[in-house]
Design a protein around this ligand. Structure first.
Ligand code: DAH
Length: 339
């Protein structure tokens, strides 16, 4: 019995050592330790062993079983390690290859231009406020000195929702909301979307953006307006920018002006960019009309103010030398990637 045991163990060991893989290792386990295995068969033969010998033989069988199990486990580990090493050697990853860059979004030129404008005015102590895009006729027209029969009402082709409600055609409506709050002095800019029933072309869109500005305090004069907007133009377009105030008419300001800046492309000599003029118009402005102040409950004898309205797209187009406004709305990634 003892000899038979040693023989089984020896053969099992050599089979384990020569096993070519996990499968043949498993075969050895089944043929020796399995239900119908050799060692199991040996245990079954115990009944033929003398009773006093049985514990000794039993212990020997168990010992042999343990040794074979351990040997199989060791072999299995070695095989797995070898397999891992083989894979590590063959499946190399070249970590020196430059990684593919993740594509990230870009800020829209309108956003960049707006943030720049906001930064300049915040620096001068202005507050940034907003107003509704769907507006009462009163805020968009009437309270701005544009009564029903006023020609300016036709000039800005309005999307009316009904007789009294419309999509605002100008951020000037926010002036009225701010004045109505009754907190003075006011120093605000109000950026936002405006709407006009215009056909789409290189310089028009039914929806675009304006930045409104308004200051109301005691003793505000046209000189304050000129100083403020000259400073803005220089910060926005460069220190050498010259500013020209051209008389104009807006119903809600008196006197009114349009502001031109010297062409930053040619310095004023005249080029394709400024259409040979040397000057580029950037905004409308003026002293707030006393009647406008009065309608919103501000005493024009005590308070005066100025206001201005800038087209955001116009600033973005000028700043980035873009010659077609449609590019700003198409969101073509090849265009946006450049900013
Ligand atoms: N709201 C005017 C427009 O859309 C622009 C404007 C002109 C705004 C003069 C003002 C201003 O505040 O004072 O054409």
């Amino acid at each position: 019995m003892k000899d038979r045991l040693q023989e089984i163990q020896k053969r099992a060991f050599s089979q384990i050592e020569t096993a070519g893989g996990l499968d043949s290792l498993n075969e050895v386990r089944v043929s020796v330790l399995g239900k119908k295995g050799e060692l199991t068969a040996l245990l079954k033969g115990m009944k033929d062993v003398a009773a006093e010998e049985r514990p000794k033989i039993g212990a020997m069988v168990n010992e042999a079983r343990a040794k074979i199990e351990e040997k199989i486990a060791e072999a299995k580990q070695a095989m797995e390690r070898e397999e891992l090493e083989r894979r590590l050697a063959t499946e190399t990853i070249d970590v020196t290859l430059p990684a593919k860059r993740e594509k990230i979004g870009h800020r829209h030129p309108n956003t960049i231009a707006l943030e720049e404008v906001e930064k300049i005015f915040i620096g001068m102590g202005y507050e940034v406020v907003e107003g509704p895009e769907v507006e009462y006729d009163y805020y968009n027209f009437e309270a701005l000195n544009i009564p029903d029969n006023h020609p300016a009402k036709d000039e800005q082709d309005t999307f009316f929702i009904n007789k009294d409600i419309l999509l605002r055609t100008q951020t000037s409506s926010v002036q009225v909301h701010q004045m109505e709050r009754g907190r003075l002095p006011i120093r605000m800019i109000a950026p936002g979307r405006v709407f006009r029933a215009d056909e789409v072309d290189a310089t028009h869109s039914p929806s675009f953006h304006q930045i409104e500005g308004m200051v109301i305090d005691k003793h505000i004069t046209f000189a304050d307006l000129k100083g403020t907007l000259s400073e803005f133009a220089k910060e926005m377009f460069g220190e050498d920018t010259k500013v020209k105030f051209r008389p104009h008419h807006f119903p809600f300001t008196e006197p009114s002006a349009e502001v031109d800046v010297s062409c930053f492309k040619c310095g004023g000599k005249g080029c394709r960019f400024c259409k040979g003029e040397g000057w580029i118009e950037i905004l409308g402005c003026g002293q707030i009309h006393p009647h406008v102040l009065e309608m919103s409950g501000i005493d024009p004898e005590e308070y005066t103010g100025f206001a201005f309205g800038v087209g955001l797209e116009r600033i973005a187009l000028l700043k980035y030398e873009i010659d077609d406004m449609r590019l700003l709305y198409e969101n073509d990634i090849r265009f946006l990637n450049q900013f």
